[in-house]
Write a protein that binds this ligand. Structure first.
Ligand SMILES: [Zn+2]
Ligand SMILES: [Zn+2]
Length: 73
């Protein structure tokens, strides 16, 4: 059935009783990482500020990994 999103008022089709369109779905939002929050480096455990959603390591560890895995030969 056609529903109206409670956030953006856009009409969307849903077979469930969803209140949000796919764009505003909280489930979808959950998968995006909050930038600017603190996270721990997966290598050394140092606390760093997340500036990129895919960031996993502190600058030092990132450089270390890049140098050791970035080589083609
Ligand atoms: Zn919406
Ligand atoms: Zn680190």
């Amino acid at each position: 059935m056609i529903k109206q999103c409670v956030i953006c008022d856009r009409e969307f089709y849903s077979r469930t009783n969803a209140k949000f369109c796919p764009e505003c779905s909280p489930r979808r939002r959950k998968t995006t990482v909050e930038l600017g929050g603190l996270m721990k480096c997966e290598m050394c455990g140092k606390e760093i500020v997340r500036t990129v959603a895919t960031k996993r390591y502190c600058a030092a560890c990132h450089e270390f990994i890049r140098r050791h895995h970035g080589q083609k030969k």
